[in-house]
Design a protein around this ligand. Sequence first.
Ligand SMILES: [Zn+2]
Ligand SMILES: [Zn+2]
Length: 94
Amino acid sequence: MSTELDLDIATLVGEMEAVPCDLPQHGNHPMHTEEPASHYVRSHCQACDDDTGTIAACPGFVAAVRANFYGYCRICRAQHRALDMVTILGPVKS
Ligand SMILES: [Zn+2]
Ligand SMILES: [Zn+2]
């Protein structure tokens, strides 16, 4: 019998680093909350084909997406419903 299985899982995984919100409006827009990112999202503009790739977003932004607020493309400033533009990929912490 080995005692190595008793290793503390936390020492193997390490501390979870807080992931900051990647949205450029963070800190400038009241819908963003002063919290680490909670979800990964991806935003794609159907007007200019701008694609942010996978970015981290704070809970305030995720809540605004789920509420389907209007947002503006960062490149062409076209207005879209959030759910037409933003895909919530999944939580930061698995
Ligand atoms: Zn934010
Ligand atoms: Zn655009």
